[in-house]
Write a protein that binds this ligand. Structure first.
Ligand SMILES: NC(=O)c1ccc[n+]([C@@H]2O[C@H](COP(=O)([O-])OP(=O)(O)OC[C@H]3O[C@@H](n4cnc5c(N)ncnc54)[C@H](O)[C@@H]3O)[C@@H](O)[C@H]2O)c1
Length: 260
């Protein structure tokens, strides 16, 4: 018996790296995987190897994301787990060289892709009576990353979005969390970066370690958390500091009715 027997898992960016490793881990736990990628060759190869289904979609296009979830529901009976993982880095450190085009290219997949995927996942999971959403943020979604500030922006956005989406979803039996990996040995890192880490004797994590974390996240039942993955450690939820509270008379110790 696998822990995910009978579950259907849709994974974006399933053709490579963290998405591929998670597809393989979920399938080994008994889930049926709907592998989504805009690279047909790699996405289809992953799906075929694990007995899953491949659906082509660009994660940044809402209509294609909706169509992928619809295909998963039609062909596999529903969506229990949505791993919104597709993402890119641009490696632009000097903001004076950032073009509008490059800015929109990264925000489209890293941020829009998570919003479209979350919307479609909630709609599908409402029909299923519950489910688990995990979006791939990054350590760069929790700390500064001067080598790629727009990537850092996109991953902070994912963390804030998922933490905000999660609380009301509890009533619908849906969990929503992020996974926040440190440097992981996948195709998103160029050879120079990999060599820099090797030369400094700093370990890159294997993608399977992040897949283990995603499996933990979808099976714990916890929600609204950002799970940090670091070399040599088990994944754990990041403990956000409390924001300083009000000092104004009448407000001490009280929570505001809304936060803007
Ligand atoms: N590798 C790391 O060090 C690291 C660290 C933190 C977070 N991440 C995040 O992990 C996620 C997965 O990246 P990875 O490291 O496995 O890289 P990867 O390049 O190996 O895999 C990314 C996959 O996403 C697919 N993809 C990219 N854009 C897409 C789009 N618009 N629509 C559909 N599919 C698309 C690619 O075809 C590829 O299969 C990304 O969100 C990335 O930002 C990676």
């Amino acid at each position: 018996m696998g822990a995910l027997d009978g579950k259907v898992a849709l994974i974006t960016g399933a053709g490579s790296g963290i998405g591929k490793a998670t597809a393989e881990r979920f399938a080994a736990e008994g889930a049926t995987v709907c592998a989504v990628d805009f690279d047909d060759a790699t996405g289809r190869a992953v799906a075929d190897a694990i007995g899953g289904t491949f659906v082509h979609a660009d994660a940044g296009e809402s209509a294609e994301v909706d169509a992928a979830f619809a295909a998963c529901e039609r062909e596999l009976g529903g969506v229990d787990i949505a791993f919104l993982n597709a993402g890119i880095a641009i490696g632009v450190a000097d903001m004076t060289t950032l073009t509008d085009d490059v800015y929109h290219r990264i925000m489209r997949v890293n941020v829009d892709g998570v919003v479209w995927g979350t919307r479609a996942a909630i709609r599908a999971m409402e029909r299923r009576g519950g489910g688990a959403i995990v979006a791939t943020s990054s350590l760069a979604g929790l700390i500064p990353f001067p080598l790629d500030p727009v990537y850092d922006l996109s991953k902070h956005a994912v963390a804030g979005f998922i933490r905000s989406v999660a609380p009301p979803l509890t009533a619908k039996n849906i969990t929503a969390n992020t996974v926040n990996p440190g440097m992981t040995d996948t195709n998103i890192l160029n050879e120079d970066t990999k060599q820099l880490f090797a030369a400094n004797d700093f370990p890159l994590m294997p993608a399977t370690q992040i897949a283990d974390a995603v499996f933990t996240i979808v099976t714990t039942g916890r929600t609204g958390e950002c799970w940090v993955c670091q070399p040599g450690r088990d994944a754990e939820p990041y403990r956000f500091h409390d924001v300083p509270g009000p000092r104004a008379a009448g407000a001490v110790g009280r929570t505001p009715p809304v936060v803007i």
